[in-house]
Design a protein around this ligand. Structure first.
Ligand SMILES: Nc1ncnc2c1ncn2[C@@H]1O[C@H](COP(=O)(O)OP(=O)(O)OP(=O)(O)O)[C@@H](O)[C@H]1O
Ligand SMILES: [Mg+2]
Length: 254
């Protein structure tokens, strides 16, 4: 089983779109894949039409006193399998930072999970104890970035966190790559940022994915319709780019 975390503490950059697309495509390729929504905003949960009230969520797995297994928290929806988020995850720092093992709870839970090829985790735009849990539990991180003026903000801080986790808590962690999303190659800015990103990626000891994810209105429409992009518009440019991304990602493994 491989655990892939989609992370960038900058908001609205394309994490949820990337995580939901990845997991849909992996499933369509016959892999057993699970999405975990680790963002208290619950955008993936909403897209999947998963239940929060009265249902088991990531909160029960990570923060509840009588914690349950991930298996028990999985919901089967028309969009696929998901462990839903919960607004109560906002209490995470309070609980997890006061427990010596607090940062390892997701890792423990994932170790018990059987029968999946891939677990993809959507994260919040925040540097918090849940992101730490994710980075400690993960095999790979994908970092979506955009080619606008502020798209690279916070990357150095994220890199410092990842480096620290690699050194102390998870030697296995690898940044699979920076992923240029919402890309519009027609603008000069876009092309310039792409070049500088290759440099930044190599400084971060990773690469810029060859695949770039183009901008399209379908991505926004899909979110509004509460469907993953792959289910809503499987043949739009953005969806096809994500298929290429999965091929690039699996290329190293298969
Ligand atoms: N390739 C794309 N083309 C056009 N719009 C996109 C694309 N990818 C994402 N979007 C849109 O950008 C917005 C933010 O995307 P998304 O929700 O995936 O970001 P996020 O990083 O998960 O945000 P947050 O930090 O709030 O969790 C959404 O409206 C989404 O539909
Ligand atoms: Mg999101």
């Amino acid at each position: 089983m491989e655990t892939i975390v989609v992370a960038n503490q900058k908001g609205g950059i394309g994490k949820t779109t990337t995580a939901t697309a990845l997991v849909s495509i992996l499933e369509s390729k016959g892999k057993k894949a699970l999405l975990i929504d680790a963002d208290q905003q619950g955008n993936s949960t909403d897209t999947y039409k998963a239940e929060v009230e009265g249902a088991a969520t990531l909160y029960d797995v990570l923060l509840e006193e009588d914690r349950i297994s991930l298996e028990e928290a999985i919901q089967e929806t028309e969009n696929g399998k998901i462990v839903a988020s919960d607004p109560l995850l906002r209490k995470a720092d309070e609980v997890l930072n006061n427990d010596v093992e607090g940062l390892y709870r997701l890792q423990d839970a994932l170790e018990e999970l059987k029968g999946y090829d891939y677990v993809v985790i959507d994260t919040a735009p925040a540097m918090n104890s849940i992101l730490h849990n994710c980075l400690i539990a993960a095999d790979k991180v994908i970092i979506p970035v955009t080619a606008d003026r502020y798209g690279l903000q916070g990357l150095a801080q994220l890199n410092d966190t990842i480096t620290a986790v690699k050194k102390r808590q998870n030697k296995n962690l690898k940044v699979a790559g920076l992923l240029l999303v919402k890309y519009n190659g027609r603008t000069l800015l876009g092309r310039e940022v792409k070049e500088s990103l290759e440099k930044i990626a190599s400084e971060m000891d990773t690469k810029l994915f060859k695949t770039t994810i183009r901008e399209s209105t379908k991505a926004k429409e899909a979110q509004a319709m509460r469907k993953t992009l792959i289910k809503y518009a499987p043949n739009c440019t953005t969806a096809l780019d994500y298929v290429d991304l999965v091929d690039e990602l699996l290329g190293g493994n298969e």
